[in-house]
Design a binder for this molecule. Structure first.
Ligand SMILES: NC(=O)c1ccc[n+]([C@@H]2O[C@H](COP(=O)([O-])OP(=O)(O)OC[C@H]3O[C@@H](n4cnc5c(N)ncnc54)[C@H](OP(=O)(O)O)[C@@H]3O)[C@@H](O)[C@H]2O)c1
Length: 378
């Protein structure tokens, strides 16, 4: 006979809704998070999710949504996929927003491993809020598995971008590569450039294409927020290279080691990097298992020859193939952009460094399909 559940059916349903809402967000420097506010009777009053770094956190988004609808949330329950944060980043601390809103109970799935943000549960308890965790722990851990790994490794979250033809070419024999993708794909890429902290290419791309690597609007204007422009490789970057620009955002990373390049960027405060190529750099990050998210713009074009998207990944037999899973987050697994397809994937079956032991949780009960944990140490 199994132990009685810690959580009511309405709380379980709310956590499922919060997990689904989280997928509406965009992967990157911050985790995907969803939140649902439940009435005392168990009715779902408002839902929120996090749209990416610099925007409202899921809890605040759900509170705004309830306020927008004129719903009184005093005495309600907040069900959220990640421990509410405790720190003042680009947005205020969620724990305080929950306390200020008069929410009486918080159920969250998994602890926030991020040191400056952790501790929200403690703050909530100190303010008299009833706090429980562990509901849908496995699902919430899997939702952000690669983000947890990046945080644990103290490296940025890595998105790898490939703009390729149907036959996996990123440039023609003569080196021309602009523009393989449609204008819509280009606009999508530039929208992402506005959100990331750094964009990274190899010296080869700089010497062949002389790209600017800036974030631009569809009319070619510079976006207000610009990523660091990083070039990796041992050769010098020419003084006249466009990537140097006139601001202070250019960085030359004199290394061929992808882990070292990420370390150098992390030291500068970079938490989300987009690797844009060419083939050598794309391959070196993939071979090292250092890619958390893969975005492929697939143009319905054939070249037959030219630069392949990838070189050797060190795979000699099918059993060693890298497997990728379609990712529902960040706009979904497959979208049409102009004439192109935008494919969105995450690593499948990568041995996660984030084990339940690295997050201080204590397993208390197992009910059917999902194990439940409560937090230790808060
Ligand atoms: N379609 C697209 O989205 C896209 C995007 C980017 C580039 N491209 C195309 O890709 C082509 C360039 O490819 P590419 O492979 O020459 O460029 P790359 O990957 O940008 O740069 C290669 C260079 O990076 C350095 N490097 C740093 N770490 C390395 C490592 N671990 N392994 C190997 N090299 C490392 C090496 O130069 P050092 O000797 O300086 O260390 C190497 O020659 C161009 O034709 C460009 O048009 C296409």
């Amino acid at each position: 006979m199994s132990a009685p559940s810690l959580f009511a059916p309405s709380e379980r349903a709310a956590m499922d809704a919060a997990l689904a809402a989280a997928l509406e967000g965009r992967r990157g420097a911050n985790p995907l998070v969803g939140a649902v506010i439940l009435s005392v009777e168990g009715e779902q009053l408002a839902t929120g999710y996090h749209r990416g770094a610099g925007t409202a956190h899921a809890e605040a988004d759900a509170i705004f949504e309830a306020q927008r609808q004129g719903i009184d949330i005093n005495g309600t329950t907040m069900v959220v996929t990640l421990e509410p944060c405790n720190h003042v980043g680009r947005t205020g601390p969620c724990a305080q927003a929950i306390i200020d809103a008069g929410i009486a109970k918080v159920i969250y799935a998994v602890d926030d491993p991020h040191d400056p943000a952790a501790g929200g549960a403690r703050t909530l308890r100190a303010a008299g809020v009833d706090v429980t965790s562990g509901l849908r722990f496995d699902e919430a851990l899997d939702l952000n598995r690669d983000w947890f790994d990046a945080v644990a490794a103290k490296r940025p979250f890595v998105t790898l971008h490939i703009a390729q033809t149907l036959d996996s070419r990123i440039a023609a024999v003569d080196g021309t590569s602009q523009w393989i993708s449609s204008a819509e794909s280009l606009a999508d890429n530039h929208a992402l450039r506005r959100l990331i902290d750094a964009i990274l290419v190899g010296t080869g791309t700089v010497l062949i294409d002389n790209p600017r690597l800036t974030a631009r609007t569809p009319d070619g204007e510079l976006s207000q927020r610009q990523p660091i422009r990083a070039v990796m490789g041992l050769r010098d970057v020419p003084e006249q290279a466009a990537v140097r620009g006139t601001d202070h955002l250019f960085r030359h990373l004199p290394t061929r080691d992808p882990a070292e390049a990420l370390h150098l960027l992390f030291e500068e405060g970079v938490r989300h990097v987009m690797v844009e190529g060419g083939s050598s750099i794309l391959s070196t990050f993939l071979a090292a298992g250092l890619v958390d998210e893969l975005i492929v713009y697939l143009a319905p074009t054939l070249l037959g020859s030219g630069t392949p998207a990838l070189n050797d990944l060190g795979i000699g037999t099918l059993a060693d193939a890298q497997h990728w899973a379609w990712d529902e987050a960040s706009g979904g697994p497959v979208r049409t952009l102009g004439n192109d397809l935008r494919l969105h994937l995450r690593p499948a079956g990568r041995a996660s460094n984030t084990t339940k032991n690295s997050i201080p949780q204590t397993r208390v009960a197992s009910h059917g399909e999902a194990a439940e944990y409560v937090t230790g140490g808060h």
